[in-house]
Structure formats: C-alpha cells, structure tokens
Design a protein around this ligand. Structure first.
Ligand SMILES: [Zn+2]
Ligand SMILES: [Zn+2]
Length: 260
C-alpha cells in the first residue's frame, strides 16, 4: 500500500480521464492520494475531488507562483474551506526564486502569513522551495513553523539542508526525480535520511519518473519512486511502502478525526 502525498488532480491535464487515473493508482497499490490546490479556484476543485473519493484528501493554500494575485479576502475564504474534514494540510506554500512568477518580496510576505494561518488552523504545512533554501529556512524558523511541522515537498537539496528541515520537525518528500540518471546527489542524500522521516510523491502531472520521463505523470507512478528508494536503502519494496505510508498517515493525521 502506497500513498502519493502530492498530486495535482484538479489540473486540466486530468480533466478528461480522472476516474481512470484514480483506478490505475488503486491497481498499482496507491490507495491514498493527497491532492494539492495552488490558488483559490483550484483549492475549491481539489476539495470537490476529495469529497467524491473516500481515500483522496485535500491540501489547500496559495502557491508562491500565485501569491501576487490573492488578497486578504481570498485568504480568509480559503481558511473557511480549510475547516472541512477532508482538508489535511495547508500548502503548497513557500518560495520560488527560480521562476519568480510573483515578486520575491510578496512571496516572502505571503509565505510568512500562510505559516501563521497553518498554525491558527492547526494544520501541517506543505512547503515548496526552489532556489530559495536559506530564505525558506529563515521564514520557517522566524514564524515558528515547528509548532505544526509538515512536509518539504519535492525535496532536491543537500544533506545539510535536509538536516535543517528535519531539525524543525519536517518530513522529506521524495519525488520521481530520484529515478533520473543525473540524480546521484539526491540518491546519496536519501541514503542517509532517517527512514521514519521519508514520504513519497509524484507531483503529477509534472516530473514523471523513469520509465515515463517526459510524459504526463500520475499517482500510479509513485511505485517507481518506492522502487528506487528500496534499491538505495537495500530494502524490499513492501517495507518501503509500509514505512512511507505510516509516515504519511502520521504527518497528515489521516487516522485522527479531529485536529488535536
Ligand atoms: Zn511544488
Ligand atoms: Zn505541487
């Protein structure tokens, strides 16, 4: 049993065949999917999808690419959406200084604000960080993100960066990138991570693992990431599945009805 802890099922790429995608995931042993909104409209769609399937849960928040488009009213409305029992985390939020689709100063301001919202809502955070490691760590530390913890999604940093996040109580989410030929650095870091702090994700429709690289990604493919980790850690894939599923259920509190 595997969990894809980060997919964007609400994106247009899945509009035509979502039920089939979800069925294919189940056939591949991926029984639980966390689907992630990136702006107010996609967050609402994400919640709708999670309401239609018992084992799909929603993560809502405003992506750093989109923060320049939202105002206080939008965030207040999202907080109301987040009270729904199928919403299990606040994200993906963070900093993306690689693409800078929103101005960096606004990204930092809205990131800090959304860390505070997660604390207020008692939800774990799902963090997106690209070309902004030091700033991400500073924001998380200064805003007291440790109080709720959460997930560093699509992790691509070095050992020292991983150690900083682990120290703040976060778990590290490994994407299909780990199957890429050039990912020796990431494989080395994953070789040294504590097993009880690793979870798996696809980031579908993006970042399809080998042997589907370059095509549309989907939750069923999280299995290739599990296989890569099994090889690195010299474990059976069943063990990797059990460990990462337990970790994911714990960080998203999937076995709790209430938020305390
Ligand atoms: Zn992301
Ligand atoms: Zn994402």
């Amino acid at each position: 049993m595997l969990i894809d802890t980060h997919a964007h099922l609400e994106m247009p790429e899945f509009e035509a065949d979502l039920p089939r995608i979800i069925q294919r995931a189940e056939e591949a042993g991926v029984h639980t999917i966390m689907t992630v909104g990136t702006d107010p409209a996609s967050c609402r769609k994400t919640l709708e999808i999670s309401e239609a399937y018992p084992n799909i849960f929603a993560i809502i928040g405003v992506h750093p690419h989109n923060v320049a488009e939202v105002n206080e009213k939008d965030l207040d409305a999202l907080k109301k959406v987040a009270q729904h029992e199928k919403v299990k985390a606040w994200g993906e939020v963070g900093l993306d200084f690689y693409r800078n689709l929103s101005p960096p100063a606004i990204q930092q301001e809205k990131f800090r604000q959304q860390i505070m919202i997660a604390k207020e809502m008692k939800l774990p955070l799902v963090i997106h960080s690209r070309s902004a490691t030091q700033e991400t760590i500073t924001c998380l530390q200064e805003e007291g993100a440790r109080e709720v913890g959460g997930v560093i999604h699509c992790f691509s940093g070095d050992q020292k960066t991983a150690a900083s996040y682990l120290e703040m109580g976060f778990v590290i989410s490994i994407p299909g990138v780990i199957t890429f030929t050039k990912a020796d650095g990431l494989r080395k870091v994953v070789g040294g991570l504590p097993l009880d702090r690793i979870i798996l994700e696809t980031d579908a429709p993006f970042l399809a693992p080998v042997p589907h690289r370059g095509k549309r990604n989907e939750p069923a493919y999280v299995r290739f990431t599990a296989e890569a980790i099994a090889q690195i850690r010299r474990l059976d894939i069943t063990e990797v599945a059990n460990i990462t599923t337990t970790n994911a259920r714990k960080v998203f509190r999937l076995d709790n009805d209430r938020r305390d």
